[in-house]
Ligand binder design. Structure first.
Ligand code: GAR
Length: 215
């Protein structure tokens, strides 16, 4: 079985990266991580990658005169590793349309809300301020506008009456760690395909939770 070659971009903690590392540790998982690149020197996720024996690089955006040369360096790292799919995992830099076009339909992101609700930052505080009963997380292919693009998978997460942004973030994060590997599996096995501006998942019915409320 040839495995899809993933490049992962991070800015910090790297817990979603760790979830992908754990999934890829299963030889039956249809993808492998070939390079982890951080834009923040010393990002904690770099240590997790190194512990797993994955080649890492730091491309510090502050060392470049603008976004284009910074992104050219990112692409050089990813292409040197022959990455076939680029996964943003807590990567906190806006990307130019040029970078997004270069990696079109080969670039995915995880975002801590049920897109298209709560794009951008402080998603959990805004959800709490609105009094929503459910929020969640989304894995999507990346398009030029921030936090937009064809949706691969989502998970809904209930909001508790006494939630703070931190407690809600922690609950959503558990679902992020579940759906990011699942999204990669769907893409790597060819089950999730971009058609127009939507992702069609072959063989998909209702999400599990809709069929069995106990899940
Ligand atoms: C995650 O919650 C991820 O969804 C979010 O940053 C966190 C990174 O955590 N990403 C965004 O907000 C991107 N718009 P991690 O470094 O532990 O994976």
């Amino acid at each position: 079985m040839s495995r899809l070659r993933l490049g992962v971009l991070i800015s910090g903690r790297g817990s979603n990266l760790q979830a992908l590392i754990d999934a890829c540790a299963d030889p039956g998982f249809p993808a492998e991580i070939v390079r982890v690149v951080a834009n923040v020197p010393g990002a904690a996720g770099l240590d997790a990658a190194a512990r797993a024996g994955i080649a890492t690089a730091t491309v510090d955006h502050k060392a470049y005169p603008g976004r284009e040369p910074f992104e050219a360096a990112l692409t050089a790292e990813l292409e040197a590793a022959n990455a076939q799919l680029v996964c943003l995992a807590g990567f906190m830099r806006l990307l130019t349309p040029g970078f997004v076009a270069h990696w079109r339909d080969r670039l995915v992101n995880i975002h801590p809300s049920l897109l298209p609700a709560y794009k951008g930052l402080d998603t959990h505080a805004r959800a709490l301020a609105d009094g929503v009963r459910f929020t969640g997380c989304t894995v999507h292919f990346v398009r030029p506008d921030c936090d937009t693009g064809p949706i691969v998978i989502q998970a809904a997460v209930p909001v508790a009456p006494d939630d703070t942004p931190d407690t809600l973030a922690a609950r959503v994060l558990l679902s992020e760690h579940r759906i990011y590997p699942e999204a990669i599996r769907l893409i790597a096995t060819g089950r999730a395909c971009v058609e127009g501006e939507r992702v069609v998942v072959s063989g998909a019915g209702l999400p599990d939770a809709a069929v069995n409320p106990k899940i």
